[in-house]
Design a protein around this ligand. Sequence first.
Ligand code: ADP
Ligand code: MG
Length: 348
Amino acid sequence: MFENPGKLPLTEIGEFGLIDRIKESVTIHHAATLRGIGDDAAVTDPGNRKVVITTDLLTEGIHFDISYVPLKHLGYKAVAVNLSDIYAMNAVPEQITVSLAISSKYTLEAIEELYSGINLACSNYKIDLIGGDTTSSAKGLVISVTAIGYADEKDLVYRDGAKEKDLICVSGNVGAAYAGLQLLEREKKIFLENPNVQPDLEGHDYVLERQLKPEPRADIVRLLKEQGVKPTSMIDISDGLASEILHLCKQSDTGCRIMANKLPIDQGTFAVAEELNLPAYTMALNGGEDYELLFTVSSSDYDKLLNIPDVSIIGFMTERSLGHNLLDDQNNAVPLYAQGWDSFLRKD
Ligand code: ADP
Ligand code: MG
């Protein structure tokens, strides 16, 4: 299990000392960033593009468990999940702000570790860190990230544009992040019962990485554009595939038919399902935190879609009155639910 590195209390350098360190660590990539950290507010220039804004709040003990999440990964993920929301609008993120409430157990080195992850995500996705706020908290760490992106108005994709007969597509694979979480929770439980037992996470690198260091699908947004495919609706998968499909259907006023045997599930996820005796298809449908893109396209775009790697067609939209159906592996149509049996209930 992990511990905060280093010992320098934040009280030694104070809020402004910390902000100075953060400012020094930042690189600016975009001409649209006119003013970043250091004034009363940041200034960006959208040109003739539309501005897309999203924010997420992460609370220690609710959204993350510092006993098994390394701070660098936490910083990376806090940025990644916000970028994912911008890409899900078919827009491109350029700036973020990061606000922190920090309890006294965190040292300067711990916060620098967090920022090393934030800065790595910013570097990988060409994002400018342009501001934030820093305060103390009575207990635990709270991280709020706001992302700002841009798109031409004609490119924006909402949740409500899907039509009957549109193809339902998903990038990458689903269920792996949940598999990773189950392994980490198992090891934590064993560690708490017997701190001398070494974690047994061998051979599970892929699903652990999916949980700890998700990558937002900037590449899919770019490839769709290159192929001239504009999705009719889109959402990113944070809560689980089934839940997100139901959001698209509700907002687009459609029904859907999903084929279980088309769901993209990685070998690593199947391996964890077997090891922990969990149902792989349920993990894929309800697991969450995959940060893949779920989108619909007109069936006339089918040929172009085939040129985009790492996208699976998992079903199609129907008339609303036909409901939400899952064709299971025996070819029986069963109702599709955003399932919430206890072990799947997330803590928020
Ligand atoms: P104010 O008192 O006007 O809120 P602050 O002293 O809080 O100003 O912030 C000074 C500058 O540092 C601002 O540009 C702010 O956006 C930035 N900043 C503060 N905290 C953070 C942080 N955690 N990460 C990045 N930038 C920050
Ligand atoms: Mg402030």
